[in-house]
Design a binder for this molecule. Structure first.
Ligand code: 5GP
Ligand code: ZN
Length: 134
């Protein structure tokens, strides 16, 4: 499954270059072109699935198990304090996982600006709304 307009499909087919770190039959990992910190990796299935929720379980398992292993390599290679795994997906609609080397002193703090619940009641109401959908 491939999408001719997808930038990540083009990286998979080698139509455009990328700094590839790992590749097998099902997935590929390469350096993010605009890293949060140097060494920021993306891990993507070769098949084009726009969203995590649309990606077959077997493939998801492969992506996350490979991400787990790459996180260890990345921590060692970058001598970072820890590696963050995140799924964003606001830019490229081809499911991918970000692996970002982090340093306690890198100034990124909590990464995303955090909001607060206005009250315990509001927090409970949000929690209840989510529970109802499970
Ligand atoms: P997201 O879709 O998760 O918000 O972000 C997509 C990520 O892909 C971004 O961090 C962006 O820097 C990266 N990216 C977008 N286009 C390219 C590209 O052509 N090559 C590489 N190596 N990374 C890209
Ligand atoms: Zn794609």
């Amino acid at each position: 499954m491939t999408d001719p307009n997808c930038i990540f499909c083009k990286i998979v087919s080698k139509a455009i270059p990328a700094e590839i770190i790992y590749e097998d039959n099902d997935l590929i990992s390469f350096l993010d072109i605009n890293p949060v910190n140097h060494g920021h990796l993306l891990v993507i299935p070769k098949d084009h699935h726009p969203l995590l929720t649309e990606t077959p379980d077997e493939l998801l398992t492969k992506v996350f198990l490979r991400a787990k292993s790459l996180m260890k390599s990345l921590k060692e290679a970058t001598d970072s304090d820890f590696v963050v795994l995140t799924v964003v997906g606001t830019d490229v609609p081809h499911f991918h996982v970000h692996l970002i080397p982090r340093f306690y002193e890198d100034g990124l703090a909590g990464f995303w600006p955090a909001k607060k619940y206005e009250s315990e009641k509001q927090m409970k109401s949000v929690a209840e709304k989510i529970r109802k959908t499970i």
